[in-house]
Design a protein around this ligand. Structure first.
Ligand code: ADP
Ligand code: MG
Length: 610
């Protein structure tokens, strides 16, 4: 018969530690939060051996009374809440009273603290949960210092779960950075092994107008973010959303640069991440991640932070409203800046033009040039490589001719008049070059047109007036039997998208009409793509629920392909269409549709200005 017995306090602490102290970064998080809760204005974090060898954190906060030190190290001992009501109005990071005992149970732990009024500091030592000796008076300033050595020394199994030192060290850094971003008024220093250190200098005043804070963000998020982000500010009853989000053309492979806060507490909450994703839904490929620093403020009683021992998840009382506010708040800003592209492409473009990357250098290095040199033995004529085949020369002549034709016909100021300027030429049957009031833009004709078709298409569908184009002869498309069944089951829904089809025997369908917006489309390719999509879809999911995905698939088919020569009128029509269409700065996959170079960029290129 199994015998039931009470676990020892040590063992209970170690079990609790499993939830709170998963890795060195969790220790840093708990201690840093305690320091912030204590009202510290200056916090220094020192980490050795990725936090396994040592973590020490000193703060200048309120400190702890000598007589209370042992109590702080027992389970469920906290100064932050007292009643059940408090639990639903939490303003501090901590409240569970379990971090210190948990950390002390799996390390060699030294705790030193002094309050404003105490004559000296008091120090206490704990090893693997056992108090060593008695609290002793020591010298020390007001505030608290916690040293955690040999983490998991007595729980080797936990140690085995740790990742590489680099990964653990990165996690430590991430925790500090996340908290530092939300506390601009606190001086925070992080010193890692090998002399690597970061300092977050304190700033005060309105966060969002504050240079210091903005540079804190830029330091963490990168320069590209500083230049290619937009400010978000939205309010709804008691909820407030503020922060910065990246333009859709700025995206990353991981969500590492998404910093989300609820009442200043860093969280990784599914609802918030979902709302952020929702705001970008058709502006970015689904496997990419937006960049964001977002603060959600709401009354403490409207959010439950006691969902997860590490408190990184929260539960909202009005989840739907929060979701809506975030999604709509961000979306609105993105739409307002829908014609703006991240500066990154232009910068990359400039970098390509830089001397070490210059065309001449590349040609010099190219195999082609070397062989041309040998054949022609004319080493000083750099333009030699252009001549063989005459292709480049021809393009340059075309360019000049187009330029002359287009430019001469321009009325005064017409260039200035339109944001995307006047088309001057088409390069490689793929890119449109246009002169704007500010400089020049280069447009990817396929990406831009895809966006336009998509937006128009979406408008027609939402207004239920999709124009169809009847085919002169129905097009018969052969498919696998199950694909036929699959697409026929959706024929009514597809009809609302402007695609009319019906059965044609067991292994084919007949398509009678296609959406007019797509123009003369390759019907077979379109249908095959849709079938592919339908395979991914649960039978219960309606196509209209995945409107964006379906539309962008279809829009891609109707777009001007790269490699089609456009007349000047067509190019200008495309530019004007772009200006009229929302979100034209990126295609449906978040790639930019155009890059722009300002006059000043050109001047830099040619060394006219530095
Ligand atoms: P919690 O933060 O959930 O209250 P902890 O175990 O982290 O639980 O801390 C227990 C108590 O110890 C806190 O409630 C607080 O009163 C005190 N304490 C911990 N760290 C500090 C600190 N750096 N400065 C002042 N008091 C602290
Ligand atoms: Mg705590």
């Amino acid at each position: 018969m199994p015998v039931i017995h009470q676990l020892s306090d040590d063992l209970a602490d170690q079990i609790a530690a499993g939830e709170v102290v998963e890795r060195p970064a969790s220790v840093v998080k708990e201690l840093l939060e305690n320091a912030l809760d204590a009202g510290a204005k200056h916090i220094s974090v020192r980490v050795k051996g990725a936090g396994v060898d040592e973590i020490s954190i000193s703060d200048d906060g309120c400190g702890i009374e000598a007589s209370q030190l042992p109590l702080a190290l027992t389970r469920h001992a906290t100064s932050k809440i007292a009643t059940v009501e408090d639990l639903f109005a939490i303003r501090s990071f901590g409240f569970r009273g379990e971090a210190l005992p948990a950390i002390a149970s799996v390390s060699r732990f030294t705790f030193t603290s002094r309050t404003e009024t105490a004559g000296h500091a008091t120090c206490m030592q704990v090893e693997g949960g056992k108090i060593i000796g008695v609290p002793e008076p020591v010298s020390g300033q007001k505030g608290t210092r916690v040293e955690v050595k040999d983490l998991f020394f007595n729980t080797p199994a936990r140690r085995k779960f740790l990742k590489s030192s680099r990964t653990e060290a990165e996690a430590v850094e991430d925790v500090v950075v996340r908290l530092a971003l939300a506390h601009p008024e606190v001086h925070i220093e992080l010193q890692m092994d090998g002399g690597k250190s970061q300092t977050f200098a304190p700033t005060t005043g309105d966060m969002w107008e504050n240079e210091g804070f903005l540079s804190r963000i830029a330091g963490v998020m990168g320069r590209d973010f500083a230049q290619s982000s937009v400010k978000v500010a939205a309010e709804h009853t008691d909820f407030r959303l503020h922060g910065f989000v990246g333009l859709p053309t700025l995206h990353a492979a991981t969500p590492r640069r998404q910093f989300l806060y609820v009442n200043n507490r860093p969280v990784r909450d599914k609802l918030l991440v979902g709302a952020l994703r929702g705001a970008y839904h058709d502006l970015m490929a689904s496997n990419r991640h937006a960049l964001a620093v977002l603060f959600i403020d709401l009354p403490p009683e409207a959010v439950d932070v006691n969902v997860h021992p590490a408190k990184t998840e929260v539960r909202f009382r009005e989840g739907r409203d929060v979701f809506g506010l975030i999604r709509a708040g961000i979306r609105q800003v993105l739409l307002a800046h829908g014609d703006q592209v991240a500066t990154t492409p232009a910068e990359e473009m400039l970098a390509r033009f830089s001397p070490e990357n210059s065309f001449v250098n590349q040609i010099n290095e190219s195999h082609f040039y070397q062989s041309t040199l040998r054949e022609n033995s004319a080493p000083n004529t750099l333009h030699m490589p252009f001549t063989p085949g005459g292709r480049v020369v021809q393009e340059m002549e075309d360019f000049a001719q187009d330029y002359a034709q287009n430019y001469e016909n321009k009325e005064e100021n017409e260039v200035e008049q339109y944001p995307l300027g006047a088309a001057l030429a088409q390069l490689h049957e793929t890119y449109i070059v246009a002169q704007t009031g500010e400089g020049l833009v280069v447009v990817d004709q396929h990406a831009a047109h895809e966006r336009i078709v998509y937006e128009k298409f979406k408008g027609q569908i939402l207004n239920r007036n999709v124009e169809r184009q009847m085919l002169l002869m129905p097009e018969i498309i052969e498919l696998a039997k199950r694909d036929v069944e699959l697409i026929l089951a959706r024929s009514e829904e597809l009809e609302t998208f402007g695609l009319d089809l019906e059965a044609f025997g067991p292994a084919a369908i007949a398509v009678r009409a296609t959406p007019a917006l797509l123009g003369a489309v390759n019907v077979k390719a379109l249908v095959e793509d849709i079938v592919e999509d339908l395979h991914q879809l649960k039978p219960t999911t309606r196509l209209s629920d995945r409107l964006e995905e379906t539309l962008s698939r279809m829009a891609c088919h109707g777009s001007i392909r790269a490699g089609r020569r456009l007349s000047a009128a067509e190019m200008n029509a495309l530019l004007r269409d772009m200006e009229r269409t929302p979100n034209t700065a990126q295609c449906n996959h978040g790639r930019p549709t155009y890059v722009s170079l300002k006059k000043s960029d050109l001047e830099k290129l040619f060394g006219r200005i530095k």
